[in-house]
Design a protein around this ligand. Structure first.
Ligand SMILES: [Zn+2]
Ligand SMILES: [Zn+2]
Length: 292
């Protein structure tokens, strides 16, 4: 899949695709009536598909972002991974669909050793999938020269054995605990500057420790958000509740706040489970996603 790059001042952001699945509306947004999707199917045809059973579905992308700033090379999220790197998630939640992050990273001109920082927007199993590589009995960080950064509230929320209570399978021991054991996990508790142009800021609700990256360079801005949004329809329908939002009221508030800020600051936005970059536009008093 071709990667796309956005330049924000002197920062370069490249989408690195891991994989894609079809997620039926009824599973992802059980409280939203089927007919409410009609205007979005018409407006964003590329965002939707039918699954194998013929149900209207979201095309759920698993995207990571390669960010270059002031001589640093950062990766935002590590995707779904493979049956070797993230076995419970890939086999039990996504039916064996595997990611291609490393191949796509290489196609974009980067090797795992080039990454100095991995920022994990949150610690859900589909954002940490390539954290760890196993070679025989040995496990090691896939990005050998990187510090991995995440919010401590997600560590507290999911730290084993709690992970298996949330989705019914374990992902923690395969993807997160080994980072701690290797001494490469930095847990933060609030807004944190990663470079002079990149700040990570709390955007809670989906999980208690969800964070987004604010890119601010040369008078231009972009927000790379984790699971604040699950597709472009939620840019308009901020109250639609995604099934795995842990605090749905807070998640809706975060969506409203970040959209107001994106509009005010004319920021480009990126959503991990939707492809490409967009901007917030207003039509007849309502906000919409507009692809760049
Ligand atoms: Zn999530
Ligand atoms: Zn996700």
């Amino acid at each position: 899949m071709p990667h796309s790059t956005l330049t924000v001042g002197s920062v370069e952001i490249t989408v690195i695709h891991d994989t894609e699945v079809a997620s039926p509306f009824s599973q992802s947004f059980p409280d939203v009536p089927a007919e409410a999707w009609a205007p979005y199917l018409e407006r964003y045809p590329d965002a939707y598909t039918k699954n194998a059973g013929g149900e209207d579905s979201r095309r759920t992308h698993f995207e990571c972002y390669l960010v270059r700033s002031q001589g640093r090379t950062l990766l935002v999220d590590t995707g779904l991974g493979t049956a070797a790197t993230n076995p419970g998630t890939v086999t039990k939640m996504f039916g064996g669909v595997e990611g291609d992050l490393l191949a796509n990273l290489q196609a974009a001109g980067f090797l795992p050793g080039d990454i100095d920082t991995v920022f994990l927007t949150h610690l859900h199993p589909d954002h940490v999938g390539w954290n760890i590589t196993r070679d025989g009995g040995t496990e090691s960080p896939t990005f050998p020269n990187a510090r991995y950064v995440a919010h401590e509230a997600d560590w507290s929320a999911f730290n084993t054995p709690k992970d298996s209570e949330i989705f019914g399978f374990d992902w923690w021991a395969d993807t997160v605990t080994p980072l701690r054991q290797a001494g490469v996990l930095d847990l933060v508790s609030g807004e944190t500057e990663l470079t002079g142009e990149l700040t990570i800021t709390p955007t809670p609700g989906h999980t208690p420790g969800s964070m987004s990256m604010i890119v601010n360079s040369g008078g231009e801005k972009a927000f790379i958000m984790g699971d604040v949004f699950h597709g472009p329809a939620q840019v308009t329908e901020t109250e639609w509740v995604f099934r795995f939002d842990m605090d749905s009221d807070q998640a809706s508030k975060t969506r409203r706040d970040i959209l107001e800020r994106a509009e005010r600051e004319n920021a480009a936005i990126a959503i991990c489970h939707h492809s490409g970059f967009g901007r917030v536009v207003k039509e007849q008093g309502r906000r919409y996603w507009q692809a760049l």
